[in-house]
Every structure is written in structure tokens, then in C-alpha cells.
Design a protein around this ligand. Structure first.
Ligand code: GLP
Length: 263
């Protein structure tokens, strides 16, 4: 795992944007790249940077297919907080990725259990995702894989912890409006991506980041599954790095990165 510690969240946004941009510009001609997109506040600065590059530098996403990590169960697709709406508002509607190329679990399906199976099948048929962007919850979740999630899990319905519902209540008018159920890619599903790119900023994430990067591999910290992946990059600001024991080594490694060594 490569841990990239940068001074600010804006610096992290630029590096995350660099990795995503490289995945789409470095593709073989005729190949449609697949990106795994995440919602939440963590990736927002990267999305803003990609939108800027699209507008000012001509970065094109033509042909890209985007796959979401997760979705709330029961919110109408046009609800402003459905992840389908969020990703459109924060990113895809501002670049050349049409709605038909943005895929996610169907939170409006009459049977969420079936919707989960269908999304897993869609991912298997279209994968692997080239780069999967990830945030991390304060309790170490990725996607909506709450602590206790099987490290080999596939897309399924999960029940949110009360902590996650409280964390996400800021996006809703009332706590009662935060859905209890979600459909999320499993940890095994996420692990099929070619490159996992986790980003976090702020002191609120420091304990979860330390557990994910330096703690034991355990379902109690779902993000620790990155330790099993052959290509995982963690891009964090100084505040989120505050509890890492090997922070000095990560900074040293970054300083001495070979010029042609990609993230
Ligand atoms: C949410 C999402 C995750 C996200 C995480 C952190 O509940 N399901 O995909 O990474 O929690 O969110 P944020 O980046 O807003 O802190």
C-alpha cells in the first residue's frame, strides 16, 4: 500500500485527480475505461479539479463508464440525496459523462435483495473497474460496508449503524429521513478493481485511517481490506495522517519516489 501524505485536502484532490485523469488518458484506443466513483465529501475536491481540467484543459471523459459504490434503499432516484443524484450534481453532469453511462445499485427496486444481485452481475460483466475511488467512514467503513462486513463480501443489502446514520444526517432535513438500509458493493467486489484509491482529510478520519493502514486486517475495520490488494493508494492530508506510526517513512518514500514511478 502506498500512503501519500500531503499538506492540505486541496493537494489531495489534485493528486486523486491526477490518478483518475491518467486512467482515462492512458487507455488503449477503442477501450472504454471504467471508473469506480464514490460519494461523500472526501472526493469532492478531486471532482472539482477534474471539472476544472475538463473546462480549462480539455480533459475528456468521452467513453468512460462510471460505477457507483453504493446507494440508499428507498429514496426515489431523483431525491437530492440519492447517490445517483449526488454524483450527477457533484461531478458527472459537469463533464462529458452522460447519465446513461453512470451505473449504480437501484435503490428504488421493489426488492432490494434482487437489485443487489443485479448490480453485482453488472459489475462482473463490465469489470474490472480501472480505478476505484474510496472515502472512509469514521468507523472504518468503505462504501457502506459497516464493521463486521465479510472481507470477501459481494454486493448486498446492509443495515447502517446508528453512527453512520448520524454522520450522514447532515445531508437530510431530519434524522428520521436517513434511510436504514443501503445496497453496497461488497469488500470482495471492491477488491476486484485494478487500483484502489482511498482519500481522506481532517482529524475526524485520523483513527480510521490508522486502523485501515497500520492496524490488523480485520472485518472490524473494513477499510483494512486494502492491505490485501496488490495496488492500493491512500491519499490523505496531514490531519488525517496524525495517528499513523510510520508517517515519517511514508513522507520519506514520497520524497524519494522515482521520477517515472506512478501512484
Ligand atoms: C458515506 C459513504 C462512503 C463514504 C463515507 C465517508 O456514508 N457511503 O462511500 O466514503 O461515508 O463520507 P465522507 O467522505 O462524507 O466523510
Amino acid at each position: 500500500m502506498e500512503v501519500v501524505i500531503l499538506p492540505t485536502a486541496a493537494d489531495c484532490g489534485r493528486v486523486v485527480a491526477d490518478v483518475l485523469a491518467a486512467a482515462i488518458t492512458g487507455r488503449k484506443s477503442g477501450h472504454r475505461p471504467t471508473l469506480g466513483l464514490a460519494t461523500g465529501s472526501s472526493p469532492v475536491l478531486a471532482y472539482q479539479e477534474l471539472i476544472r481540467r475538463h473546462r480549462e484543459d480539455g480533459l475528456s471523459f468521452a467513453g468512460v463508464r462510471a460505477f457507483l459504490l453504493d446507494e440508499y434503499v428507498g429514496l426515489p432516484a431523483d431525491h437530492p440525496e440519492s447517490y445517483r443524484s449526488v454524483i450527477r450534481r457533484e461531478f458527472t453532469s459537469h463533464v462529458d459523462i452522460p447519465d446513461r453511462d453512470v451505473h449504480g445499485p437501484d435503490g428504488t427496486h421493489p426488492d432490494p435483495l434482487v437489485a443487489a444481485i443485479e448490480y453485482e452481475q453488472l459489475l462482473r460483466a463490465n469489470g474490472p473497474v480501472a480505478v476505484q475511488l474510496l472515502g472512509i467512514g469514521g468507523n472504518g467503513h468503505i462504501g457502506f460496508n459497516e464493521p463486521g462486513s465479510s472481507l470477501g463480501s459481494v454486493t448486498r443489502v446492509k443495515t447502517l449503524t446508528e453512527q453512520t446514520r448520524r454522520d450522514n444526517a447532515r445531508f437530510f432535513d431530519r434524522m428520521e429521513d436517513v434511510p436504514r438500509h443501503v445496497i453496497t458493493q461488497g469488500l470482495g467486489t471492491i477488491g476486484r478493481a485494478e487500483h484502489l484509491l482511498l482519500t481522506a482529510s481532517g482529524a475526524r478520519k485520523a483513527a480510521a485511517v490508522a486502523a485501515a493502514v497500520e492496524g490488523p486486517l480485520t472485518a472490524s475495520c473494513p477499510a483494512s481490506v486494502l492491505q490485501l490488494h496488490p495496488h492500493a493508494t491512500v491519499v490523505i492530508d496531514e490531519a488525517a495522517a496524525a495517528e499513523l506510526e510510520r508517517a515519517d517513512y511514508y513522507r520519506y518514500t514520497l520524497e524519494h519516489k522515482l521520477p517515472h514511478q506512478p501512484y
